[in-house]
Design a protein around this ligand. Structure first.
Ligand SMILES: *Cc1c(COP(=O)(O)O)cnc(C)c1O
Length: 454
C-alpha cells in the first residue's frame, strides 16, 4: 500500500479493519485461534486483532493502513522502537554473511560479555526463548541442589514451562505449602506436584513454606518485578528477603528478568534493588530486550552453579539455534544503544504518561489504581483502595472497564496490550509527538470507561 495516513487523520477518521479481518479468517483455517500466541487473539477484549504490516519508531501500521502509537512494543523487546536504523544495519550485515552455522560464533561471545558486564551473573548460556531460559534454570537448580521442589508466586508468569503452569485456584490459601494443581490440561499432576504456589509480596507465606519444606526446595523462582498480572512491583526489601530466605535453606534464588532485564534499567530490576541492597540472585533468566526483536534469551548466574551445565557438568541442555548469529547481533546492537540517556528518557516518559492516564481517569470518575515498576506500568480498574500487591487483588479488577478503555484508545490510534493483566511498554522512540497522540486520546477513552463502570 503506497498511500500513507497521517496520525491526525487516523485519530479523527478511524479506517476500516477489513483486511485484518480477512487475514484473521485465513489464519483461523490453518492455526488454532488464528494466532501463534494466545493473547494476540484479542479474546480478553473482543474485536478483530490487528495484523501489523510495519513499524517505525513508536508507530505501527496495520494491513488496512491504520497507524497506532505502540504501547506494547512486542511485549517488551523493542526498547529502542521499531526498525531502529543501527540495529537494522547490524542485522543486515550479519545476514549478508550467513544466518546459522551450528558452530560457535563471535557475536554470541560478545553478547554474553555484554550481559555479564551489566548484570550480577558470572556466566550465561544463550537459548531462544524466555520459556527455554526458565525451564533450563529450573533443571539446573534441581541438578545443583539434588532437590525437586520449586516455589513460585501466583500471578507470576515464567513462560509455558510444565512445572510453572500451576495456579493455586480461586480459593488461594494464605499458606499453600502443598503441591499445586496444573493450570492447564496437558500438564501431568506430577509436574506441578513439586511446585508450591504462594501469594506474591507475602513474607509470612514464604517463611511458612520454607519452615515446613525448606530442605526439599531446589529453588524459588520469581519475576524480578512482576508484569504479567499487570504491574505489581515487589514491596521494598522483598527480593532481598527472598534471596536471604533461599540462602538460609540451601535453595537457589532464581530471578526471572525476562521482562525487566535491560528494560527497567541497564542492569534490569537488580539495578533498582539488589545492586544497592548488596545481594545477588543465584540464577537469572533474560529474554525480550536482549534479543532486539529476534528470538534470543539466556540464563546465567553463579559460576559454580553454571559449571554443572553440559558439557562441563552433568546437567544436559542444548539448542540447534541457540546463540544464533543474527539474533545475537540484534541483541548486541540493542544493548550497546541502550545508554543511560535512553533509560532516563524512558523513565521520564513513563512517569509523565502514567500520571496523565491516572489524572484523566480521575477526572472522568473512573475508579482505578495506576501502578509502576520502574518504567513499566499498568492500570487496574478497581474501586478497592490502595496498592494491588498480589494476584488475588489484581484479579478483582473490572476487566469490562478495561475493554471499553482499550477499544476507545485503539479507535484513536493507540495500541494498548489487549488484556488488563499486561504491562504497558514505551520505547526510546516515543517522542513528544507520539506521547501527545496518546494523551489526546485519553479523555474520550476515560469517558468510554466511565460509561461502563458498574
Ligand atoms: C515473556 C516472559 C517469559 C517467557 O518468555 P518467552 O520468550 O515468551 O518464552 C518468561 N518470564 C517472564 C517474566 C516473561 O515476561
Amino acid at each position: 500500500m503506497s498511500e500513507t495516513v497521517s496520525p491526525d487523520q487516523t485519530r479523527l477518521n478511524p479506517r476500516t479493519t477489513a483486511a485484518s479481518a480477512d487475514w484473521f479468517e485465513r489464519a483461523h483455517r490453518v492455526t488454532p485461534g488464528g494466532v501463534n500466541s494466545p493473547v494476540r487473539a484479542f479474546n480478553a477484549v473482543g474485536g478483530t486483532p490487528r495484523f501489523m504490516a510495519s513499524g517505525k519508531g513508536a508507530w505501527l501500521t496495520d494491513v488496512d493502513g491504520n497507524e497506532y502509537v505502540d504501547l506494547v512494543c512486542s511485549w517488551g523487546p523493542m526498547l529502542l522502537g521499531h526498525a531502529h536504523p543501527e540495529v537494522q544495519a547490524a542485522v543486515a550485515e550479519a545476514v549478508s554473511r550467513g544466518t546459522s552455522y551450528g558452530t560457535p560464533t563471535r557475536s554470541e561471545v560478545e553478547l554474553a560479555e555484554a550481559i555479564v558486564g551489566r548484570t550480577p551473573v558470572e556466566q550465561v548460556r544463550l537459548v531462544s526463548s524466555g520459556t527455554e531460559a526458565t525451564m533450563s534454570a529450573i533443571r539446573l537448580a534441581r541438578g545443583f541442589t539434588g532437590r525437586d521442589l520449586v516455589v513460585k508466586f501466583a500471578g507470576c508468569y515464567h513462560g509455558h514451562v510444565d512445572s510453572l503452569l500451576a495456579e493455586a485456584g480461586s480459593g488461594l490459601a494464605t499458606h499453600r505449602i502443598q503441591g499445586a494443581v496444573p493450570g492447564t490440561p496437558g500438564v501431568p499432576a506430577a509436574s506441578t506436584a513439586a511446585t508450591l504456589v504462594l501469594p506474591y509480596n507475602d513474607r509470612e507465606a514464604v517463611e511458612a513454606a520454607f519452615a515446613e519444606r525448606g530442605s526439599e526446595i531446589a529453588c524459588l523462582v520469581t519475576e524480578a518485578s512482576p508484569g504479567n498480572m499487570g504491574v505489581v512491583p515487589p514491596e521494598p526489601g522483598f527480593n532481598q528477603f527472598l534471596a536471604e530466605t533461599c540462602r538460609a535453606h540451601g535453595a537457589l534464588f532464581v530471578s526471572d528478568e525476562v521482562m525487566t532485564g535491560f528494560r527497567v534499567s541497564r542492569q534490569g530490576q537488580w539495578g533498582l534493588d539488589g545492586a544497592h541492597e548488596g545481594w545477588r540472585p543465584d540464577l537469572v533468566t533474560f529474554g525480550k530486550v536482549m534479543g532486539g526483536g529476534f528470538p534470543a534469551a539466556a540464563f546465567g548466574g553463579r559460576a559454580d552453579v553454571m559449571s554443572m551445565l553440559s558439557p562441563d557438568g552433568p546437567v544436559y541442555q542444548a539448542g540447534t539455534l541457540s546463540g544464533n548469529p543474527v539474533a545475537t547481533t540484534a541483541g548486541l546492537a540493542t544493548l550497546r544503544l541502550a545508554t543511560d540517556e535512553v533509560y532516563a528518557q524512558l523513565d521520564s516518559a513513563a512517569a509523565m504518561l502514567s500520571s496523565a492516564v491516572g489524572e484523566e481517569l480521575t477526572r472522568a470518575g473512573v475508579p482505578h489504581v495506576v501502578q509502576a515498576g520502574g518504567n513499566m506500568f499498568s492500570v487496574f480498574f478497581t474501586s478497592n483502595p490502595g496498592p494491588v500487591r498480589d494476584y488475588a487483588a489484581a484479579a478483582r479488577q473490572d476487566t469490562g472497564v478495561y475493554k471499553a478503555f482499550f477499544h476507545a484508545m485503539l479507535d484513536r490510534g493507540v495500541y494498548l496490550p489487549p488484556s488488563a493483566f499486561e504491562a504497558w511498554f514505551l520505547s526510546a522512540a516515543h517522542d513528544e509527538r507520539a506521547l501527545q497522540h496518546v494523551i489526546d486520546a485519553l479523555p474520550a477513552a476515560a469517558q468510554a470507561a466511565a460509561a461502563v463502570v458498574a
